[in-house]
Design a protein around this ligand. Structure first.
Ligand code: FES
Length: 114
């Protein structure tokens, strides 16, 4: 993986930045949308669960469309750039605990390479 940081860059403000798409399209749109698949409630759960786990220097942010709509609800985690499909609170727990807290991966939820 390429590290894009330069030697004189200030240190990152967060160690882990999680973006969860909450874009909503009109019902019947051919691409669908993450909000139509429950992303708003999952975002709220993820924020609360990250706090409950005491994760430090981790930010959960609502995002607009991440352009992988058909595969959503989509989450991407940086700096790793790993994408997940998160459909349930159990999926959120798996991503926060196994990826973010423990530094591992959740291969069964990963989106395929683009
Ligand atoms: S609507 Fe979520 S990735 Fe586009």
């Amino acid at each position: 993986m390429t590290d894009h940081r330069l030697a004189d860059d200030p240190p990152p403000y967060f160690d882990t930045h999680i973006f969860m798409c909450c874009n909503r399209r009109p019902d019947g749109h051919p691409r669908g949308s993450c909000a139509a698949r429950g992303a708003d409630a999952l975002r709220d759960y993820m924020k609360a669960r990250a706090n409950a786990l005491g994760l430090k220097r981790v930010r959960v942010n609502q995002a607009g469309c991440l352009d992988r709509c058909e595969l959503g609800p989509c989450v991407v985690i940086y700096p790793e750039g790993v994408w997940y499909k998160v459909e349930s609170p159990a999926d959120v727990d798996a991503v926060l605990e196994r990826h973010v807290r423990d530094g591992g991966r959740v291969p069964e939820l990963m989106l395929p390479a683009g």
